[in-house]
Write a new protein. Structure first.
Lengths: 330, 619
C-alpha cells in the first residue's frame, strides 16, 4: 500500500496560531514522508519544549514530546539502541540553542544518526515574546524594553563549528525547497542539521520577510552542488572567495565565481558561506551548505559490540559472576 | 617459605589492619592484595578504603593520606571495624592522621625511613614521635622499609632507584602477610600479570614482597606470628566484591533476566564512575555504555533507550542526580522504565566526594516538581548491591516507572566476600511488549493493567501501534494532550496509586530479635546495616535484648512497617544524615522514634550505635 500525506496526519487538532509558519513545515513534512519509503512505524519524532515541539503530536508515527532542550540527548539514546529507526528531532531556537545548546553540539560532533530540524523564528513564542538566542542585538521585547544586549548565534556557523556532517537551510513557505533539503537530510547517514526560517506572526512577524516574500529571488542565494553560486533578479550577482577565505559579492560574469561543493572535505568553505547573511552581504544562502561522510556513532558502537562478542563469545552470566578470584567453602 | 625459623603462633579470632600512607604510596593496592590473600584463606572479611578526592595531594601532607582498612575474622563479621588493632603508617602524616584511632596497646608498624625532618615538619611534628616516647603505649615496630626495599632490589636490571623505592608497599605487604600467615602466592601472580609488559618492574615488586616476608621470619622485632582460622561461612563459592562491582553485575544480570539489552547513560562522577567503567567492559553482553556530555543527557539518553525497548539506566552521585530530576519527572509522566543509581556522598554541593553519607533520601523521594512518586530501593552491603540492582530493575520494568537505587561511597568502595548465587535462583523479571491493538482496532497507550496499573509498552517499529507520548498531561487511556481538570486529578491519583500499589509486590519488613523480648527496635536503611547489626550483637552480649529491622524499600514502605514500629516501646533510627528516615516514619506512622545521627563522612561505628541503644534503654 502506498502511503499518502493523509496517512501521516493524526486525529489531533493542530493548535498553532493562525498564520504560523509551522503549518507549512508540517504540511511539507507530511507530504514528503511517503516519498522516503520508510514505514510510519519505523519513524520517530522527538521534540523538546516550545511551539515547534508540539510537532510530534501531529505526525502519525511514533513520537515523544519531552523536556526543554533535551530532545537530542533522548534521541541519541533511541538512535544508538535502535539503528533500524529513522529518528527526527524537532526543535526551536530557544530549545536548541539556549537551554539545549550543550546537547545539540555534542549530538552533532558524535554524528549520531539523527535529523535535527531547527525551526528558527528568532523569538520565544510559547512564553509569549521574549528575545531568543537568534534575536538581533537591540531587539525590543517584553524582557528587553531597552533592547537586548546579547549578540545572536548564527545557527549554521554553530553547527559547522560543532563538527556537523550535514548542514542546511530552508524556508517554511518554500515547500519544494524544504522538501528537497529534507530529502537530502534523510538520505544522510549521521547527524543532519537543518535550520528552517519560520515566521511567528504573533511575536516576531516578518522576521524573514526578505526571503519569504522574495518572489523575484533578489535576496535568496540558492546553493546547488556543482553549480556557480549566483543570484539576483537576472542571476547577475555571484559569490567569490577571497584569498583570506572570506566571501565577497561579485558580478556573475567575473572570474573566480564560487562553484558550490557541499561535500568539500574541509569545513572552512561551508563556514564562510554560513557567514553570508542579509546583513553582511545582502543575500541569504538557502540549501545544503555541507554534506560529508564520517563514521556514525551508532554504527561504531554496534561494531564494538560485535567485535567484543566475536572475540569473547556471547556473554555468559554464570561465568561473569564467577570471574576474578573465587574460593569454595565445603 | 613458611618453613624455617618457626616462631610461636598466637591464635586470634579477628584482626583489623589499617594501611595508611601517602596517596602515591600504593596503599589501596596493598590493602586490596592483602584482602585477596585473606579471602582465599577462608576468613570472613570486610574492607573500607578511605582516600582523599585529590589524586596526588602534595607528598607527605596531611590531606594526602590514603588509608585502607581490612577486618578479617574466623566468624561472620558485619563491618570493616570501628578501630584498627594494627596500624601500618608509611610516613609521619599517615601516623598523625590515624594514630588517634589505634587503641592503646595496639600494634604500630612504621616506615622509619620516612620520618625525616622534612616529612615531620609537613605533618606538624615538632619532635620525632619515634624517638620522643610519645608512642610508648603502643607496640611500636620501627622498620626502615625504604632502605630494606632498595637494598633487596639491588642488582635487578632496568629498575631505577625511584622505582625500587616505590616497591616499599610490597615489602610492607610481605611483612604483614608473614605476620598473619597469609600466602603471598596470589599477589605474586597478580604482580606478574599486572606488570606483564614490564617484567623488570614485576620482578622488583615480587622481590620486595618476598623480602618483606623473609624479613618477618628473620628479624627479632616480631617475636610471634598470628593465625586467624577460616570462618565457618555458608558453603558455596565466594569471591570478594565491592559495592560498585556488585551493582554493575546486578545490572548485567537484570538485563539477562529481563531479556532486554542494557543501556547505561553516565557522566563521570565520584564515587559512581567505576560502574560506567565496569559496564564498558561488558559489550559482549550487549551492554551499551554512553558517556554523555552531562548528567542531564546521561539520564535523557537512558529514557530514549528505554522508549526503544532497552533497559535504560543512569548512574551518578548526589550532585549529578539532582540535575537528573527533570528527566525523572518526564519518565514518571511518560511511564517508561528507568533506573537511576545514586551512589551517595557527603554534601551538599561538592561536599566530600569520596566520603559516604545518606543525605539523598529525601531528595530522591521528593526532589521534583509536583506530585511525582518514585519507588526507592536501597542496598545494605557491598554484595547486596547485586540483589538491590535486580530488584530496582524488576520494579521499573513491571510498573513502567523510574526507580531510584541508593548506594553510598562506603558500600561502593568497601568489599566483602560474596556467596555467588546460581543463575537459576535469580528471579525472572522479563516483561512483555504489546504488539497488537488493545481496544478494538486502535491502540490506547495509557490503558492500564488492572492489577499493576502499568501501561502497555509498545516499541517503535511495531506496525499499527504508532502513538505519541509526552510530558504534557494526558487523557486517561488515549494519552492525548488534556487540560481537563478532572482528568488531571484522576491521572495524578493513578500515578500515585500505581507506585503505592507496589507494596503488594514486595516482602514484609523482617525483624531480627533473637530473644523475642526486645522493647527497643533499631530501624535502619541502606549502608548502615553492618554497623547497626554489629551494634545489636554487642548490646545483646551485654545482656540487653534489642530488635533490628532494616529497610530495603523506602517507597513504598513494606506493608507491615507501621505494625512493626508500634510493637516496640522505643524506636531508634541511626542514619548518616540529620534524620531523614526519622522524619518519614514519624510523619507516616505517628511513631515517636528518635534518631542517632552522624554526618562525619565515615560509616557509623558499631560501638557508638551500641552506646546509643544503651542510652535509649536507660531513659
Amino acid at each position: 500500500m502506498t502511503l499518502t500525506a493523509k496517512d501521516f496526519r493524526t486525529d489531533q487538532e493542530v493548535r498553532w496560531c493562525p498564520g504560523c509558519g509551522d503549518y507549512a513545515i508540517l504540511a511539507a513534512m507530511q507530504s514528503f514522508m511517503p516519498e522516503l519509503g520508510i514505514e510510519r512505524e519505523n519513524t520517530v519524532f522527538i521534540s523538546g519544549i516550545g511551539c515547534a515541539a508540539r510537532f510530534p503530536y501531529y505526525m502519525n508515527t511514533y513520537g515523544m514530546h519531552s523536556i526543554h532542550g533535551r530532545a537530542p540527548a533522548i534521541a541519541t539514546g533511541l538512535a544508538t539502541t535502535r539503528p533500524d529507526l529513522s529518528v527526527w528531532v524537532v526543535t526551536g531556537d530557544g530549545d536548541a540553542l539556549s537551554i539545549g545548546g550543550n546537547h545539540l553540539i555534542h549530538a552533532l560532533r558524535r554524528n549520531v544518526n539523527l535529523k535535527i530540524l531547527l525551526f528558527n523564528n528568532r523569538i520565544y513564542g510559547l512564553t509569549k515574546g521574549q528575545y531568543s538566542p537568534t534575536s538581533e542585538l537591540g531587539k525590543v521585547t517584553k524582557s528587553t524594553p531597552m533592547g537586548s544586549l546579547d549578540w545572536p548565534f548564527n545557527p549554521l556557523s554553530l553547527a559547522i563549528g560543532a563538527e556537523a556532517t550535514f548542514v542546511a537551510r530552508a524556508i517554511d513557505t518554500d515547500k519544494a525547497g524544504t522538501s528537497e533539503v529534507l530529502r537530502a537530510a534523510a538520505q544522510h547517514r549521521g547527524s543532519a542539521f537543518v535550520e528552517i526560517f519560520q515566521n511567528c506572526p504573533i511575536f516576531n512577524d516578518d522576521a524573514f520577510a526578505f526571503v519569504r516574500d522574495d518572489k523575484e529571488g533578489v535576496n535568496r542565494i540558492p546553493l546547488r552542488d556543482g553549480e556557480p553560486i549566483t543570484w539576483g533578479a537576472g542571476g547577475e550577482k555571484a559569490l567569490r572567495q577571497r584569498s583570506d577565505g572570506s566571501i565577497e559579492v561579485c558580478s556573475a560574469d567575473e572570474d573566480g565565481v564560487l562553484v558550490h561543493d557541499a561535500s568539500h572535505e574541509g569545513a572552512a568553505l561551508a563556514f564562510a558561506l554560513s557567514r553570508v547573511t542579509q546583513d553582511s552581504l545582502g543575500g541569504t544562502p538557502v540549501g545544503v551548505f555541507r554534506n560529508v561522510e564520517r563514521p556514525v556513532y551508532d554504527d561504531l558502537m554496534a561494531e564494538q559490540l560485535a567485535t567484543a562478542t566475536a572475540k569473547r563469545g556471547e556473554g555468559d552470566l554464570d561465568a561473569l559472576l564467577h570471574s576474578g578470584e573465587t574460593w569454595t567453602i565445603a | 617459605m613458611t618453613e624455617g625459623l618457626a616462631k610461636p603462633v598466637e591464635q586470634l579470632s579477628q584482626v583489623i589492619v589499617r594501611f595508611a600512607g601517602d596517596s602515591g604510596d600504593g596503599m589501596q593496592l596493598t590493602g586490596t592484595q592483602f584482602t585477596s590473600e585473606t579471602a582465599l584463606l577462608g576468613n570472613d572479611i570486610s574492607t573500607f578504603p578511605d582516600f582523599p578526592a585529590e589524586i596526588r595531594a602534595p607528598a607527605g601532607s596531611l590531606p594526602g593520606v590514603s588509608g585502607f582498612q581490612v577486618h578479617f575474622a574466623d566468624f561472620d563479621i558485619l563491618t570493616p571495624g570501628d578501630a584498627p588493632n594494627v596500624l601500618v603508617a608509611m610516613n609521619p602524616a599517615a601516623l598523625k592522621t590515624n594514630i588517634k584511632d589505634l587503641p592503646k596497646g595496639g600494634t604500630l608498624i612504621v616506615n622509619s625511613d620516612a620520618f625525616n625532618d622534612r616529612n615531620l615538619q609537613k605533618a606538624g611534628y615538632a619532635a620525632n614521635p619515634l624517638e620522643d616516647g610519645s608512642l610508648d603505649e603502643y607496640q611500636l615496630h620501627s622498620v626502615p622499609l625504604t632502605t630494606l626495599t632498595v637494598g633487596a632490589l639491588k642488582g635487578i636490571e632496568g629498575v631505577t632507584p625511584r622505582e625500587a623505592e616505590r616497591s616499599k608497599n610490597m615489602f610492607a605487604l610481605g611483612l604483614m602477610s608473614w605476620l598473619y600467615g597469609r600466602s603471598i602466592e596470589p599477589t605474586i601472580e597478580f604482580l606478574e600479570s599486572k606488570f606483564a609488559k614490564r617484567p623488570e618492574i614485576a620482578a622488583a615488586n615480587v622481590k620486595a614482597l618476598q623480602a618483606g616476608y623473609a624479613f618477618g621470619e628473620t628479624t627479632e622485632t616480631f617475636a610471634v606470628t598470628y593465625e586467624v582460622k577460616p570462618a565457618k561461612l555458608q558453603p558455596g563459592t565466594y569471591r570478594n566484591i565491592t559495592g560498585n562491582q556488585a551493582l554493575s553485575l546486578g545490572l548485567v544480570a537484570a538485563s539477562k533476566l529481563a531479556k532486554l539489552p542494557l543501556f547505561l547513560g553516565a557522566y563521570p562522577i565520584t564515587p559512581a564512575s567505576a560502574i560506567l567503567e565496569e559496564l564498558a567492559g561488558y559489550k559482549h553482553f550487549g551492554v551499551r555504555t554512553f558517556q554523555a556530555e552531562d548528567e542531564i543527557a546521561a539520564a535523557g539518553a537512558a529514557v530514549g533507550a528505554s522508549f526503544g525497548g532497552s533497559l535504560g539506566v543512569t548512574t551518578s552521585a548526589g550532585p549529578g542526580v539532582v540535575l537528573k530530576a527533570e528527566t525523572v519527572g518526564l519518565a514518571i509522566m511518560l511511564e517508561l522504565p528507568l533506573v537511576i543509581c545514586d551512589i551517595q556522598r557527603a554534601g551538599p554541593a561538592t561536599g566530600m566526594p569520596t566520603k559516604p553519607e545518606q543525605g539523598d533520601l529525601l531528595m530522591v523521594l521528593f526532589g521534583r516538581n509536583s506530585e511525582s512518586p518514585v519507588p526507592v530501593v536501597a542496598a545494605r552491603s557491598p554484595s547486596d548491591c547485586f540483589d538491590a540492582a535486580i530488584e530496582a530493575c524488576r520494579i521499573a520494568l513491571k510498573y513502567r516507572t523510574p526507580v531510584y537505587l541508593l548506594s553510598d561511597a562506603y558500600l561502593a568502595n568497601g568489599s566483602e566476600p560474596w556467596l555467588l548465587p546460581s543463575v537459576d535462583s535469580l528471579p525472572d523479571i522479563s516483561t512483555t511488549f504489546v504488539t497488537k491493538p488493545n481496544d478494538g482496532e486502535s491502540f490506547l497507550p495509557y490503558l492500564r493493567d488492572e492489577q499493576t496499573l502499568a501501561r502497555p509498552w509498545a516499541l517503535p517499529g511495531t506496525p499499527g501501534l504508532e502513538h505519541r507520548i509526552g510530558g504534557l498531561e494526558k487523557a486517561d487511556r488515549t494519552g492525548n494532550v488534556s487540560y481537563d481538570p478532572d482528568n488531571h486529578d484522576l491521572m495524578t491519583r493513578l500515578r500515585a496509586q500505581k507506585v503505592a500499589g507496589i507494596v503488594a509486590d514486595i516482602p514484609e519488613l523482617e525483624v531480627d530479635d533473637p530473644s523475642g523480648d526486645a522493647r527497643i527496635l533499631v530501624l535502619g536503611w541502606g549502608g548502615t546495616y553492618g554497623p547497626i547489626a554489629a551494634a545489636c550483637r554487642r548490646v545483646r552480649s551485654d545482656g540487653r535484648a534489642v530488635a533490628h529491622a532494616h529497610l530495603r524499600h523506602l517507597n513504598p514502605f513494606p506493608r507491615n512497617t507501621g505494625d512493626v514500629l508500634r510493637r516496640y516501646d522505643r524506636v531508634l533510627v541511626p542514619e548518616m544524615n540529620l534524620g531523614q528516615l526519622l522524619k518519614l516514619v514519624r510523619a507516616e506512622f505517628l511513631v515517636d522514634a528518635v534518631g542517632y545521627n552522624r554526618v562525619r563522612g565515615l560509616p557509623l561505628r558499631a560501638a557508638e550505635v551500641a552506646e546509643a541503644i544503651h542510652a535509649l534503654a536507660a531513659q
